[in-house]
Ligand binder design. Structure first.
Ligand code: PLP
Length: 451
């Protein structure tokens, strides 16, 4: 039989559990509870197969920045599919959507980040970055300058390369990650790991772990440092103000390239076009995906500085994906960037949405379960704590209370994700103050029910 939105939820759930393998999910969970089936979405609201309207406080997976269901995006996709649904960018061919998108990204990116290597996702883009920085140094006559330093609890994707860059130990346990030559230093998470240090002293100490690691490996062996300007999937960890300037100083001193993974922070999430601008970082390469197309089509890429692009391009870079610069994805991403600019969405974030979110979160912070608030623009986390004065953690498995709270949010038609005992917030950038009020009402109810 034809499978449609009109089938009973239980039947859809059974088919889903029988045939569809989900990322980061067990079969038992699917069989026992059944996935929530999302049937449509508009603005900041999802609708499920039972007709519930769910406020999406996560913009999908941090990506639907301009909101769901926009006619212009569908029109552009349809037009592009009829005009040129596919052609590749290998072997000396190109097409207007990829050219126009690359030019637009170059004009938005800071400094001399003027070149774009396209990929289908953030994971693919970070795989590109591993090969690109190693190839760059090899072409400069330094093939041994190949090690890459990242951070524990970082998230850079799920492929073998990007998952190795990431610092999720539970991912490294499966399938032979990390690949050789990748090292992880501690993250700048003051709330959990800061002890008696001030945030500023802690930020400096954590940055200086990079210097120690470079000296241990030898600066001539270190190609690059990679970091999310603000760690996202690791729990929205906004680093102390001292952290990134010290990382920048160290990378400059030892001639280590900086890769800023902007997959979440890029395209307005922190109130600037790029998180690197918010945090004062001057990267050589930026990883982009998610907000580039607001999730309307899968597309990612690496924005590359002049020196690396010219060096890599002086030979043939034996790398690329069938869908590098895919015309429909590129046209849709370009339309997304047009909407971002024509509707002044950055101004909306900075002057309307972020202040409203901050005000709402300040009230939530008074809840006995909420330890503190981390917030930058429209990304935020609420670490839950049994005693906020001492920044203590819940006993037992990290994530139990967070998991319960997420379940209570979902039952109250609010998507707020959890990472361990941290609640995570990343709504569409177009969210209005009225919608933020709805968010706060549902979140407060969920916190009360968890407490
Ligand atoms: N980098 C960061 C910072 C991310 O948050 C993600 C995904 O959440 C990725 C890379 C991987 O992107 P994708 O899932 O598109 O492969």
């Amino acid at each position: 039989a034809h499978i449609t939105n009109h089938m009973p939820t239980a039947e859809l759930q059974a088919l889903d559990a029988a045939h569809h393998m989900h990322p980061f999910t067990t079969n038992d969970e699917l069989a026992e509870k059944g996935a929530r089936i999302i049937t449509r979405a508009k603005g900041v609201y999802l609708t499920d197969s039972e007709g519930n309207e769910i406020l999406d406080g996560m913009a999908g997976l941090w990506c639907v920045n301009i909101g769901y269901g926009r006619q212009e995006m569908a029109d552009v996709a349809a037009r592009q599919m009829l005009e040129l649904n596919y052609y590749n960018t290998f072997f000396m061919t190109s097409h207007v959507p990829a050219i126009a998108l690359a030019k637009e990204i170059a004009s938005l990116a800071p400094g001399d980040l003027n070149h774009v290597f396209f990929a289908g996702s953030g994971s693919e883009a970070n795989d590109t970055n591993i090969r690109m920085v190693r190839t760059y140094w090899a072409m400069k006559g330094k093939p041994e300058k190949s090690h890459i330093i990242s951070r524990k609890n970082a998230y850079h994707g799920s492929s073998m390369g990007s998952g190795s860059l990431g610092g999720m130990s539970y991912m490294h346990e499966q399938g032979g990650m990390p690949i050789p030559g990748i090292h992880h230093i501690n993250q700048p998470d003051w709330w959990v790991e800061g002890g008696d240090l001030t945030p500023e002293a802690f930020g400096l100490a954590r940055a200086q772990e990079l210097e120690a690691k470079i000296l241990e490996l030898g600066a001539d062996n270190v190609a690059a440092f990679i970091g999310e300007p603000i760690q996202g999937a690791g729990g929205v960890i906004v680093p102390p103000s001292t952290y990134w300037p010290e990382i920048q100083r160290i990378c400059d001193k030892y001639n280590v390239l900086i890769i800023a993974d902007e997959v979440i922070c890029g395209f307005g999430r922190t109130g600037s076009w790029f998180g690197s601008e918010t945090m004062g970082i001057k990267p050589h390469i930026m990883t982009i995906a998610k907000g580039l197309s607001s999730g309307y089509q899968p597309i990612g890429g690496s924005i590359v500085c002049e020196e690396i692009a010219q060096t890599i391009g002086s030979g043939e870079f034996n790398h690329g994906y069938t869908y590098s610069g895919h015309p429909v994805c590129s046209a849709v991403a370009l339309e997304n960037l047009r909407i971002m600019q024509d509707e002044n969405i950055l101004d909306h974030v900075n002057n309307v949405a972020a202040p409203a979110l901050k005000e709402g979160l300040a009230k939530l912070a008074e809840h006995p379960l909420v330890g503190t608030v981390n917030v930058a623009g429209l990304m935020a986390s609420l670490p839950l704590s049994p005693r906020k004065e001492t920044r203590s953690k819940f006993a037992g498995d990290a994530g139990t209370v967070g998991y319960m709270c997420r379940e209570r949010c979902f039952a109250n038609n609010l998507v707020m994700r959890h990472v361990g005992d941290r609640m995570i917030i990343s709504p569409p950038l177009v969210i209005t103050p009225e919608e933020i009020k709805v968010f706060m009402t549902r979140a407060t109810k969920a916190l009360d029910e968890t407490y």
